[in-house]
Write a protein that binds this ligand. Structure first.
Ligand SMILES: Cc1ncc(COP(=O)(O)O)c(C=O)c1O
Length: 405
């Protein structure tokens, strides 16, 4: 699939309009330049393309299907809701799509180790899996709050052989995990690469992770035709850093009649610290090496953020999302904690699919939208991950509806 938009964006310096770029200390310039050059070389190499195709098909279990959520559609009473099933990708989320590729790149560069942050633990599990498969060491940084909340994923990472480094400063969640991972990487650039977990960070990561995730959109475009003989009217995905959203959007970005909607977490309210809706309430700013839209406190520093979804409580967003919103190609939807929990239980009890809390935000928004649309309209939701990691936390804090025991 050749896409006019994807081929031409970002520019050679990693800018999506005015967003993106690379704002890094001098000692990181060479390592990031090496990563960029390796990617430019690999992406056109038939060996790399074949290796990735092979692992995606024979190890990850791709293509993941698209399922028609017929009971949820009936319950909402409006547009038809379809789900792209990234929850069925090996390790239970979309993150493995870029991790396998990033670890092949690490090997190509002769590195022995991969380092990353994780919020919900899905990127950490995916990277630990890819590292085990390709025989590299793996170091994962995770906020102490998320370590407690996402306990099953912490155990999975340990079983897979990764070293877990707790981030103990600030709010002890995703932003602090990124701070901690960057700090560790700076002292090990000879042996390691930093495998960023989303379409964020300095150039080339927003472009590279998008390209690796675009498999979701490429598959979806073909598969949706089988279901409806047309494109979907609306494509919806949750946005933390924005990798699963860019992945599915990539398949439809050149089709102006497809509405692309990124859903941000509204947490518990509109005050700073109660949500992580960066695109909705943020302003331009540089954080973690890239220029985008971010939530700032009164001193211009990254603001405290909150969401029930540990993988989407980030005070900034991928620069491409900032750009696509600015040029009007994408829209932003909102879903709060209680709508996400309702969607979590509705999808479980009506469709037999327990979604990740992050993905439940996209489902929650789709449920609201479906009700406002006629029955001949279609919505495709990227179900970015499964909810096994979240079940203990959800049942402890939100009573199971209609429980029969
Ligand atoms: C299942 C799932 N969906 C979505 C996200 C958010 O990441 P992104 O916005 O990069 O897709 C995460 C992050 O951990 C996740 O685990």
């Amino acid at each position: 699939m050749k896409s006019n938009y994807l081929e031409s964006t970002p520019n050679k310096d990693g800018y999506f309009g005015k967003f993106g770029g690379s704002f890094i200390p001098p000692m990181l310039e060479k390592p990031f330049e090496d990563i960029k050059n390796a990617y430019e070389q690999l992406k056109n190499s038939p060996e790399f393309i074949d290796e990735l195709k092979y692992v995606r098909k024979h190890y990850q279990g791709r293509p993941t299907p698209i399922s028609f959520a017929k009971n949820l559609t009936k319950y909402c009473g409006g547009a038809k809701i379809y789900l792209k099933r990234e929850d069925l990708n090996h390790t239970g989320a979309h993150k493995l799509n870029h991790c396998m590729a990033e670890v092949i790149l690490a090997k190509h560069l002769g590195k022995k180790k991969v380092i990353a942050e994780t919020g919900a633990g899905q990127h950490g599990v995916a990277l630990a899996t890819a590292a085990a498969y390709f025989g590299l060491e793996c170091e994962i940084h995770m906020g102490e709050v998320d370590i407690a909340k996402e306990h099953p994923n912490v155990i999975r990472m340990k079983i897979l052989g990764a070293k877990i480094v707790p981030a103990t400063h600030g709010l002890k969640t995703l932003k602090e995990a990124v701070d901690s991972a960057f700090e560790s990487y700076v002292s090990q650039t000879d042996d390691a690469i930093y495998c960023i977990g989303s379409v964020v960070g300095p150039h080339p990561f927003p472009m590279m992770v998008r390209d690796f995730q675009s498999i979701i959109g490429i598959e979806s475009k073909e598969q949706f035709i089988e279901h409806e003989n047309s494109n979907p009217n609306h494509v919806i995905a949750c946005v933390g850093g924005g990798s699963n959203a860019m992945g599915i959007f990539a398949g439809f970005i050149d089709d102006a009649d497809v509405n692309l909607i990124g859903v941000e977490p509204m947490g518990t309210g509109e005050e700073l610290g109660e949500h992580a809706a960066s695109l909705t309430y943020g302003e331009e700013g540089v954080m973690h090496g890239f220029n985008s839209i971010m939530l700032k406190d009164e001193n211009g520093e990254p603001a405290p953020v909150y969401s029930i979804g540990s993988g989407i409580d980030y005070p900034s967003v991928g620069p491409e999302h900032a750009h696509l919103k600015e040029i009007g190609r994408t829209k932003v939807g909102l879903c709060n904690d209680s709508e996400a929990v309702d969607a979590f239980y509705k999808l479980s009890q009506l469709e037999g699919i327990i979604p990740a809390l992050e993905s439940a935000h996209a489902v929650g928004y789709a449920m609201k939208l479906a009700k406002t649309l006629p029955e001949d309209k279609t919505i495709l939701v990227n179900l970015s991950g499964r909810g096994d990691k979240d079940i203990d936390f959800v049942v402890e804090n939100h009573t199971i509806p209609n429980a029969k025991f």
